[in-house]
Design a protein around this ligand. Structure first.
Ligand SMILES: NC(=O)c1ccc[n+]([C@@H]2O[C@H](COP(=O)([O-])OP(=O)(O)OC[C@H]3O[C@@H](n4cnc5c(N)ncnc54)[C@H](O)[C@@H]3O)[C@@H](O)[C@H]2O)c1
Length: 439
């Protein structure tokens, strides 16, 4: 593929990071950046911070850090703001989440306590297991959208911010019914004014971002910006968008193992995945409606990778089950089990067991960090609408409606790095390597 040199606007001023939902993931992300600024923590898991990128031929020995290759905003220039349904400061939210210890948070206590969420947009139809106490009031959803826009504008003005990025770190919503209000900007705006039932809160934040041309990423499986109206609005106002649902623990490993089985043409009879989780996210997912949203997202990867329509004999009959149980003693320290029944040569059955004792927010925080920096880069490079090259970070990647999403982690990784090469006018790597051996 021909590389093209995109004109990337340099980083000027500071970058505002807007987070609807300031719970475990958001507080772990912010605390990590603030601790890092003071030399008290490493941003492990971030490609933007730690990964290198190979350029040109292997013998050229060019492998700079991604952050030295592409012009990313520096973490010192990030300013944090956001909304929540509860008035806890980021310090309180981090304490409640219990991901980081009080001793670890102490040195940055005052910086975290200064970040106070603005009241959120709450609709109990879409969120059953939480009752917000810190919420916006408005006659219509249009009024609520105007209030979110006003929050963003006053945050920008107060801190003198040059640019903004929004990443949804709020709870998983019950999915709305498909509706004509999702189909065009005009219909969506009419729906906001007429309080259409099919517009959940996350769509209102995504509307505000797209209206202002602010890049938007969706860390939950919510429909949010994945509707024609918001893709259209984002494109028109120069906003890159990406989603959905951070790919952190079990699905990360699923999208590593499933491509390996398929690459070696090993068959699959069944894949049983279960989780226990005890944080607020787990409590929300204990509601059947919210669980169905998450289940849909978690189920989508396997069939898409295995392509049973092409490999009927190997994958045509596989059973895939996903369970999540809310189990408070574990807090954010999620545990997942995968029991995988496979078959090989002459149909001999085999099993794989995976037991991942992970920490949800520790895996999600670097994803938020990278999305902030890469979406800001996309904006400065003039990329608008769906950013499929960021699929790497999502369980259920948003893509053009006539395409299927790419779930294989390694293809997603190559896509991400090749996009960076392309943006910088470097050769895109196909790894064929034939030219090393042609005389
Ligand atoms: N942690 C992970 O590994 C992971 C992985 C994939 C996706 N996610 C998703 O990321 C999101 C955040 O996860 P978490 O562990 O931080 O959950 P959390 O429950 O700790 O935090 C979510 C916060 O969002 C707030 N909220 C909900 N609706 C809101 C609204 N309309 N406006 C403003 N605030 C709202 C809640 O009050 C809560 O404080 C969840 O949707 C979760 O499913 C997390």
């Amino acid at each position: 593929m021909q590389s093209e040199n995109h004109k990337i606007q340099p980083c000027r001023g500071r970058l505002g990071v807007l987070l609807p939902g300031m719970g475990a993931v958001a507080s772990t992300f912010i605390a990590g950046v603030v601790l890092h600024r003071q030399g008290m923590g490493r941003l492990i898991g971030s490609l933007a911070e730690m990964q290198t990128i190979r350029l040109g031929k292997r013998y050229e020995g060019r492998s700079p850090l991604i952050r030295d290759f592409v012009p990313l905003e520096r973490q010192e220039n990030l300013v944090f703001g956001g909304w929540d349904l509860f008035p806890d400061t980021i310090y309180d939210a981090a304490l409640k989440a219990g991901v980081l210890s009080p001793e670890q948070l102490e040195p940055v206590r005052s910086q975290l306590a200064d970040i106070v969420p603005w009241p959120g947009v709450f609709d109990p139809t879409y969120l059953h297991n939480l009752t917000g106490t810190h919420i916006k009031r408005g006659e219509t959803k249009w009024d609520l959208a105007r209030q979110v826009i006003a929050d963003i504008e006053s945050f920008q003005e107060k801190h003198g911010l040059e640019r903004l990025v929004m990443v949804w770190c709020g709870s998983t919503e019950i999915l709305p019914q498909p509706s004509p209000v999702h189909e065009s900007v005009e219909a969506l705006e009419r729906g906001l004014k007429e309080n259409a039932a099919e517009i959940p809160p996350s769509m209102i934040y995504a509307y505000a971002a797209a209206r202002l041309g602010v890049p938007y990423a969706n860390g939950a499986p919510n429909l949010s910006a994945d509707i024609p109206a918001l893709v259209e609005l984002a494109k028109a106002n120069g906003a890159p968008i990406a989603g959905k649902d951070f790919k952190t623990g079990q699905t990360l490993l699923k999208t590593v193992l499933a491509p390996a089985l398929k690459a070696r043409m090993l068959g699959l009879q069944g894949w049983y995945s279960t989780n226990i989780l005890g944080n607020r996210d787990g409590e929300v997912l204990d509601d059947p409606g919210a669980f169905r949203t998450k289940e849909k997202s978690k189920l989508s990867a396997l069939s898409s990778i295995l392509e049973p329509q092409l490999y009927q004999e190997l994958y045509g009959d596989h059973v895939h089950k996903v369970r999540i149980d809310y189990y408070p003693p574990r807090g954010d320290a999620k545990e997942s089990w995968d029991s995988i029944d496979i078959f090989g040569w002459l149909d001999k059955p085999m099993q794989i067991k995976v037991n991942f004792l992970c920490r949800d927010s520790i895996l999600a925080a670097p994803i938020v960090y990278d999305l902030v920096l890469f979406l800001d880069l996309a904006k400065r490079a003039g990329l608008v609408g769906i950013q499929e090259w960021l699929s790497f970070y999502f369980k259920h990647p948003q893509c053009r409606s006539d395409l299927y999403p790419e779930h294989d982690l390694f293809i997603q990784h190559l896509k991400l790095k090749n996009t960076l090469r392309l943006l910088m006018g470097e050769e895109v790597l196909d790894h064929a390597g034939l030219d090393y051996y042609t005389p």
